[in-house]
Design a protein. Structure first.
Length: 74
């Protein structure tokens, strides 16, 4: 399924790349992180509850960023 989230704290391309690498480490694919809209989309085979658990773990490690509004796009 394709998911989308809002992310606060993105200031530069380094932020974008760090978030992308963290998502790749968790097995997410087709990752798009957009600094201008503060949104990210990605594909995961996991159900939304599991994706939320993974995102909570990722963003606990990336303390300068916060995510919200997890949605299924497809």
């Amino acid at each position: 399924m394709k998911y989308q989230i809002n992310i606060s704290g993105i200031h530069c391309n380094g932020c974008v790349n760090l978030i992308k690498m963290s998502f790749e480490d968790e097995g997410f694919t087709d990752i798009q992180v957009k600094q201008d809209s503060n949104k990210a989309s990605f594909i995961s085979p996991d159900p939304i509850e599991q994706v939320n658990t993974i995102l909570t773990k990722v963003f606990n490690e990336l303390k300068e960023y916060k995510y919200s509004n997890l949605q299924i796009l497809e």
